[in-house]
Design a protein around this ligand. Structure first.
Ligand SMILES: [Zn+2]
Length: 286
């Protein structure tokens, strides 16, 4: 389900100084959504500095005086007003991002108990893998590695499981930070866009996992693969085959889990596709 992106705000300040204009596009302004800012800066602004949610937001050039910045609203963000600030040498601008409430569903799943209450013997591995992922997300490529539109990695529908509060075997666990695509086992998985493969290995919860660093803080994680066809360090092109759909890790059956990070925010991959994806995504029901 792809909503039309809507322009939510245009503003300009600075009568006495060179003006910054900010236009924001998003499906909605809610937890788990991506907001794409188009920023008009005065001539001569060699770089701009964007901050949101107490973090720097990487920006990239999109024209002579135009920049873009991707602001992710984390799925656990509390509703409220958050100031986004833009600095471009002599000019400053900003606007209030008003995050509206969003109610996520709860789903109850039954999986192998070892994935709900892992045996103590697995704890060291789980801790090691959590540290690995934290390290990867803390060190994105400083340059933008994608240029083409984002594409869906498999042609099948995603269910609306993003953000769902999952209860595994009766025990509440973390919110579901990705979208699940209901593809048959063995379906080829395509790179959503260009980037560098920073993880290509088996992880305890996500099974065989590939993480692509798209640069500027944007990452794709593809999980539960039956087979991985790339190696850590590989540079992949948009659409390149990364591996096959499987059922490894904490799953109830074969599917592709695609999760996207924008800076520190976990966002719905479908909001990325709606804003920066191909206009008419293919879709086929399994
Ligand atoms: Zn999933």
């Amino acid at each position: 389900m792809i909503h039309a992106a809507t322009l939510v705000l245009v503003m300009s300040i600075g009568a006495a100084q060179p003006a910054i204009s900010i236009a924001a596009r998003s499906r909605s302004v809610q937890p788990g959504e991506l907001v794409v800012l188009s920023i008009g800066a005065p001539a001569g602004a060699g770089s701009i500095h964007v901050r949101a949610f107490d973090h720097d937001v990487a920006a990239y050039r999109d024209g002579e005086r135009t920049w873009r910045a991707l602001v992710g609203i984390d799925l656990d963000a509390k509703p409220g007003t958050y100031r986004v600030t833009v600095d471009a040498r002599a000019a400053q601008g900003g606007y209030d991002l008003v995050v509206e409430p969003r109610v996520f569903r709860t789903r109850r799943l039954t999986v192998n108990e070892a994935f709900v209450t892992p045996p103590p013997s697995e704890q060291a591995r789980i801790d090691r893998e959590a540290a690995l992922l934290a390290g990867v997300y803390a060190a994105p490529a400083p340059e933008r590695l994608w240029t083409a539109p984002f594409v869906r990695p498999v042609p099948h529908e995603a269910n609306s499981a993003f953000g769902t509060r999952s209860v595994f075997n009766g025990k509440p666990r973390n919110a579901h930070g990705g979208a699940d695509f209901l593809s048959p086992a063995g379906t080829p998985i395509h790179a959503p866009n260009a980037g560098r493969v920073v993880v290509a290995r088996s992880l305890y919860f996500s099974g065989n996992t590939v993480i692509i660093d798209h640069g500027l803080g944007l990452f794709s994680m593809l999980a539960h693969l039956s087979a991985i066809d790339v190696h850590e360090g590989d540079v992949v092109a948009p659409g390149e085959v990364l591996g096959r759909v499987g059922a490894t890790g904490r799953v109830t059956g074969p599917h592709l889990h695609w999760a996207v990070r924008a800076g520190t925010a976990r966002i719905d991959p479908l909001s990325l596709l709606a804003l920066l994806g191909t206009a008419a995504p293919t879709s086929a029901r399994p």
